[in-house]
Design a binder for this molecule. Structure first.
Ligand SMILES: Cc1ncc(COP(=O)(O)OP(=O)(O)O)c(N)n1
Ligand SMILES: Cc1nc(C(=O)O)sc1CCOP(=O)(O)O
Ligand SMILES: [Mg+2]
Length: 211
């Protein structure tokens, strides 16, 4: 599966600092985000499904794919584009079996050994989890750093999505190290002007991409 996306917004309502989540997502898309993940680790199933449905409606009008974090059954129910899972979630192989129509399956890589396991095969992109330590997600194993991106670039041909404390000061290095796409929470959600923040990140990515 082709993965042409370069700037990936992962949502976090708290990080939006009082701004409405849907307004932040709409602004981010105007600025140049080309894929969005709805992530809320605490919402009830009902609230999660309602917000996911609103996002799906907003994003489909803009032809932007919506990925759902963890809750693949909600993703299937709302006809989202795909789902992102990690080591604590249902495995990519099991998701493919349960939801064959899933268009895009993302899988977090925390350990080098994961690249040798069969879960890589059904995955459409790999999340480099995390590139840099971040206060947005603290239950991480270790940071990969730029050397980790370079290592992973050599170890696999799968599209690589870098995540974790990426912002305007380090995004060029992350791309130059071999990431295909950059995923951010705070750099856009917490910005006073999310559209401008997205546009500046996108510009840096374009300037430093191989193609
Ligand atoms: C693009 C992207 N990469 C990594 C993650 C982390 O997923 P996971 O390890 O399952 O952790 P949680 O997000 O579920 O806390 C991600 N969500 N998105
Ligand atoms: C959702 C998520 N996953 C991570 C991982 O390492 O797998 S880090 C992260 C949060 C990234 O937030 P920020 O851009 O604010 O650092
Ligand atoms: Mg998860």
């Amino acid at each position: 599966m082709a993965f042409p996306h370069k700037l990936y917004l992962v949502t976090n309502e708290l990080a939006c600092k009082g701004k409405k989540l849907l307004d932040v997502v709409a602004a981010a898309v105007k600025g140049g985000v080309d894929i969005v993940q709805f992530r809320d680790k605490h919402a009830t199933e009902e609230v999660f499904t309602n917000t996911a449905t609103e996002l799906q409606s907003l994003l489909s009008k803009n032809n932007i794919p919506l990925i759902i974090n963890d809750r693949w059954q909600v993703a299937q129910y709302i006809h989202a584009y795909g789902v992102h899972v990690g080591n604590s979630d249902l495995s990519p192989t099991a998701i493919r079996a349960a939801w064959p129509q899933c268009n895009c399956l993302g899988y977090s890589i925390e350990y080098e050994e994961q690249l040798n396991n069969t879960e890589i095969i059904p995955s459409d992109y790999l999340g480099i989890s995390p590139v840099f330590n971040t206060s947005t997600k603290v239950d991480t194993v270790r940071e990969w750093g730029l050397d980790g991106i370079r290592w992973m670039r050599k170890a696999t041909t799968k599209p690589l999505v870098a995540i974790g404390n990426i912002n305007l000061t380090n995004v060029a290095d992350v791309i130059k190290a071999g990431a295909d796409c950059v995923a951010v929470v705070s750099a856009i959600c917490s910005a006073d002007d999310p559209e401008k923040a997205a546009a500046m990140l996108r510009n840096e990515i374009e300037k430093n991409s191989r193609s």
